[in-house]
Design a protein around this ligand. Structure first.
Ligand SMILES: [Ca+2]
Ligand SMILES: [Ca+2]
Length: 732
């Protein structure tokens, strides 16, 4: 008979296989750079903001004709260009006018049409539209927002799918599934938890939920504000037995909006794996039934990312985005890709790569939105985390046994950029009846149980699949402790607390056997100071809920030290724009910082100019809305490279013989060149240095050669550059 421990660690992938052929074709369709749940496409920074060469930045074989000043060129992802989808351009230029013109080009770079308006510009896309160059009447200092809405009919675009049905905001909504905070100071009464418990098996013991005791979960719950109340953990797995007796406490289960996400309408767990994982995260605790969960008051958002008939990278990527847009604070993925490129539980190798193109952008989106993403390391005894545990900013979790020793089957917790930790996953005994070595949790009553357990609804399994949800649960405890308001900063603090609170194993500090150590719930909770929720992120039964907001930011990716940076931001609350809201813009980097502020207008848009009097280098631009009593804060950021402004030197030779004079000018290389005063320009005659002039107020200077220098064949003027300007030379 196939035993459960083996089934969990390796065999389950086969049960969920769809086949490589079904998984791979979806990869190319995943867009690279956008996504939003309100129909607003957050395009990358404009490809160009200079007047004459806007299209040089594109890959068009022939540059279309230049179309006016300061054109901002957008390349629409191909999936956006659905016939009929409305494009809206809003914003103003430096003169405060809203005279906007858009030149539209096809995907073969040919010019198609022009549309213009003296107000906000709206026009429908055509099927082959690809590039849009947007200009205003006064080009300089322009800040525009370009939005693309949903196509009116046909297949929903992946970029716009949830527009019809706003999903749950972080910290609430989605049907209001939130648990009230329990009191665990007097211990818990779940029968399978105690050391002396024999669990549902009855034949081997003692054991109970040893993993919970190893990570000191109960001690963590007894700290202030550390039970996971108001925290939503998305379990991306084979589903969840929503009828299970140990998930019936009020608010325990949240469901995706089936209208917005029809692909995930069903969560029936015919496998059992997802129900087991979800129980480890947060089975009802203190209810006198079954087991305890790591985060007793957390709400579980089950998403069947691994459907028996649709287990693809595309589906997993969509599941991640759905979790984020439905208010998840934490995502657990006890799954991975086998060497054959097939997703499934228990396997996380990803030797083929490829599906990362689908999933990486979704994970980046989650991380940017303040979601802690946790994934199992995989069960191949490999020296490195599998995928997606290996992806950037994902917490990779390896498996330990009751003795804090590495489980033989687990991949090592080694990842290039993320955090790697260990957690209880079971020793991997090869005999079915050594249940005291396995991790005991809930099991789907809809599944066939591989081992002949007498008690329906519970099972002992092992694998990194079991380790990962311990960490996801602890992350929920810490997120609760931090106030439960979702932000990238809060998520980073949660991950740091996981590391700071971990129990160091093996050699001191990080080591490739145990990563940052084995997770410890009490240590992680105590690693942060409790933050009282200020914006009611945990809705009370009678109180109102503060609404989540979304801030979109658009700015050029580069600016020069002598200019200012035009920035624009738009604040939304669901499908509504928020007007009159203060937005702070800040640019910070090793070379200094710059900031300014604005207030959103009736369209929810604010524009500003950030001074760039900074040293050249890489900076981070951040727009922040602090929130108010009725709205949660939100922020957005992007990278900006500050470069020195280019210059142009000119040199003219006037007169002959004793009257010979060199005339030098030095200007910046902007659209309207301005003379640069007080700069030193070195002059050469036939390669010999003959003198230095200092430019006057208009950037010009004159020099009279003497002696043989009057008769030189070639003259050269060189400006060496300085902190703000690049050098330039001229010959005559
Ligand atoms: Ca229970
Ligand atoms: Ca160590």
């Amino acid at each position: 008979m196939l035993h459960v421990s083996r089934l969990t660690r390796a065999g389950l992938a086969a049960a969920l296989v769809l086949g490589v052929g079904a998984a791979l074709p979806s990869l190319a369709a995943e867009p690279a750079v956008y996504s939003d749940d309100s129909g607003f496409i957050e395009l990358p920074a404009p490809l160009a903001s200079t007047s004459d060469y806007a299209f040089d930045f594109l890959t068009c074989p022939e540059a279309p004709p230049n179309q006016g000043v300061d054109a901002w060129v957008y390349a629409l992802p191909e999936e956006v260009a659905l016939g009929g989808a409305p494009v809206t351009v809003t914003g103003t230029d430096a003169a405060g006018t809203t005279d906007i013109t858009a030149f539209v080009y096809d995907d073969d770079c040919t010019y198609d049409r022009v549309v213009s308006s003296d107000a906000a510009l709206t026009f429908p896309l055509e099927d082959d539209d690809r590039y849009i160059a947007v200009t205003t009447a006064v080009g300089m200092g322009t800040a525009l927002l370009l939005e693309v809405g949903a196509a009116p009919t046909g297949e929903p675009s992946p970029t716009t799918s949830p527009t019809s049905s706003p999903s749950a905001p972080p910290g609430g909504g989605g049907g209001g599934e939130v648990m009230t905070r329990g009191d665990y100071s007097g211990g818990v009464n779940d029968p399978f938890y105690p050391e002396a418990s024999t669990g549902p098996v009855g034949e081997i013991g003692p054991g109970g939920q040893w993993g919970m005791r190893v990570i000191r979960a109960e001690q963590a719950w007894q700290q202030p504000q550390a039970t996971g109340a108001g925290i939503r953990v998305a379990v991306l797995d084979s589903g969840l037995d929503v009828t299970h007796e140990d998930f019936q406490c009020p608010g325990k289960i949240a469901r995706l909006d089936s209208t917005a996400y029809p692909r995930f309408a069903d969560v029936t767990d015919t496998d059992g794996h997802g129900t087991h994982v979800a129980g480890i995260v947060g089975a009802c605790t203190g209810n006198g039934t079954g087991v305890v969960g790591t985060a007793p008051d957390a709400t579980i958002l089950p998403i069947q990312a691994l459907s028996p008939d649709d287990a693809t990278a595309d589906r997993l990527a969509e599941a991640i985005r759905a979790a984020v847009d439905s208010g998840a604070h934490v995502i657990n993925m006890s799954l991975g890709f086998s060497a054959a490129g097939v997703p499934g539980t228990g396997s996380a190798v990803a030797l083929l790569g490829g599906f990362a193109d689908d999933i990486d952008p979704a994970i980046e989106y989650a991380v940017a939105q303040g979601v802690v993403v946790v994934a199992a390391a995989g069960n191949e005894s490999f020296p490195v985390c599998g995928y997606p545990a290996l992806a950037d900013d994902v917490v990779c979790v390896g498996s330990t046994d009751r003795r804090d020793l590495n489980a033989w089957y687990g991949n090592f917790p080694v990842t290039p950029t993320g955090i790697a930790l260990m957690a209880p996953g079971g020793s991997g005994q090869v005999f079915c009846d050594v249940q005291s070595e396995n991790v005991l949790s809930t099991y789907s009553t809809q599944a066939e149980n591989g081992c002949a357990y007498p008690a329906e609804g519970y099972a002992g399994l092992d694998g990194t699949s079991m380790a990962s949800p311990h960490v996801a649960g602890v992350a929920a405890l810490v997120y609760d402790r931090l106030g439960g308001q979702r932000s990238a900063a809060a998520a980073a603090a949660v991950k740091q607390a996981l590391v700071d609170g971990a129990v160091d194993l093996y050699t001191p500090g990080y080591d490739p056997m145990s990563g940052e150590g084995r997770v410890d719930a009490l240590g992680a909770v105590q690693a942060v100071t409790a933050v009282t929720p200020t914006a009611t992120p945990t809705p009370s039964p009678t109180g109102s809920t503060s609404a989540a907001t979304d801030l979109a930011l658009i700015a050029p990716g580069t600016g020069s030290t002598t200019d200012s940076l035009p920035v624009a931001a738009r604040l939304s609350q669901g499908d509504e724009r928020v007007s009159g809201a203060p937005v702070e813009f800040a640019l910070a980097g090793p070379g200094g910082s710059s900031s300014t502020a604005g207030t959103t207008d009736a369209d929810g848009v604010t524009t500003a100019e950030l001074p760039l009097d900074l040293a050249p280098g890489s900076y981070t631009l951040t727009a922040t809305y602090a929130g108010d009593s009725g709205r949660q804060g939100s922020s957005a950021e992007q990278a900006v490279v500050v470069v020195r402004d280019a210059t142009a030197t000119t040199l003219a030779v006037e007169g002959k013989g004793g009257n010979r004079t060199l005339s030098v000018t030095l200007v910046d290389a902007d659209d309207t060149p301005t003379g640069l005063a007080g700069r030193s320009v070195v002059l050469f005659a036939d390669g010999r240095e003959i003198g230095t002039v200092t430019t006057g107020a208009d950037g010009s200077a004159r020099f009279a050669p003497t002696g043989r220098d009057r008769g030189a064949k070639a003259y050269e003027a060189r400006f060496a550059g300085d902190d703000s300007y690049e050098g330039s030379t001229a010959t005559a």
